[in-house]
Design a binder for this molecule. Sequence first.
Ligand code: SF4
Length: 117
Amino acid sequence: MPITKAEAARLARRTGMKEADFCVVNDGVLTLLNREETRACVFLLTSSADADAEGLCSVYEIRPKGCQTYPYVLNDRDAAVLDEGCPHRTQFPPPPEGTDVVLLNLEERIVREGSAD
Ligand code: SF4
């Protein structure tokens, strides 16, 4: 999951973790790390590596914007769609109006931050 620098700083401040322990720069984009054993986000409380395993987000109240808007993502025409990779996507309604603008603004911010390094 891509995150902003402010979100990384907030997660570090609130969890007491070092940023290097939960995120990495991937192609210039700050991205949450996955645990090797679960192949899921380091903040997901789960013991299973199954794609549709139950789990709870340990930072739910301060989760990044991309997590809040998931499973809505942008397709290659910049339209908001349900992520094909989400095993729970059938439980969500189509993207609400304006989701594309929210996601485009978030993407622009993350890419701008990445190119400023
Ligand atoms: S919602 Fe929580 S567990 Fe899921 S990717 Fe975001 S921070 Fe990680």
